[in-house]
Design a protein around this ligand. Sequence first.
Ligand SMILES: [Ca+2]
Ligand SMILES: [Ca+2]
Length: 342
Amino acid sequence: MNRVISSRNNVCDYRNRVHGGQISICGCRQFLQQRQTSLRKKTNRFVIQQLSLSGRDFAYHRNRAFHPAEDCSMLPSSFARRLAPTLLALLCLAALPSLARATVVASTIKGSDSIWLAGRTDLLIPDASQPWPGGMVRHAGPTPEEIKETLPPGFAVTAGSVIRVLDPASGGISFFNGFGGTTYGPEGNGVPGSSSISAFGGLSGYLGTQGALVGVFLSDGVPVSNPPATLDFTNAGLGINFLTLAPELQQVFYIGNGVTSGGVFQEFIAPAGATRVFFGISDSFNFNGAPGAFDDNDGAYQIRVGINEDPGNPITNPVPEPSGLLLLAAGMGLLWRSRRSI
Ligand SMILES: [Ca+2]
Ligand SMILES: [Ca+2]
């Protein structure tokens, strides 16, 4: 029962803090004494008692059922109790910039950016003059363009990220043999359901507008198998004027020019597990069957992609994601609390 109360790294040592022969103060007691009045007024939960045990006084915390003989060093130091909320608050605030990824990025989509190659870093794309067994279907003979397929561009997202795409209407892609001629922008040929392309690897098929800009959400894994169901972007299905779309991972989705016929930005919501979103081209022979026929797709166009941000406006005041706002509130709350404790 004569244990020496010594709170390591604390503000006091029992043996050195005897005043008037009756008070010994260790860190926890000191903290409780400072807090006693205000806490009693509020909750009456904290009670300090002094017990003389062999001439030594102990403080204990009734709510936490500290036995009087227990060493006060079992409690966090007074200093630590005060400092911890401050540190946590500062950490929360420091983490905000990385979490609040509200951004707008410009990207060039080339005719060779096959959406079905999204995330397929496991594949070796052969030279355009060679056949590609097991890959994208190619023309039997040389095309005037002899274009080699490319991996489509991707951007980092998190689950719940809201993606919007703006077509600045610059450039176009020639999907057919020969340079020039008719070119398609992100809207493709504008006829919903005019293209039906089968799944490839772990990515779904596509049922939508010929030659339209499409996208897909992926995790960090390489999508080699188990493609999800193909979404239906015919007029009898989802159509092309939906306001919000929440595709599954690895499910190819229509984007087009990114706005409804009324000019409203369409929103694509990243599913659970998503870490990346890719943008690319949908093509195949006659826009039906297995993905392919990219080897004559010369041309490119520009798009702007908003991740939790309107891509139609330059970023002047990035808007934090909901998770970032919660973190900000938590950080400010902890900071306020820690300042009250000091
Ligand atoms: Ca062409
Ligand atoms: Ca083509």
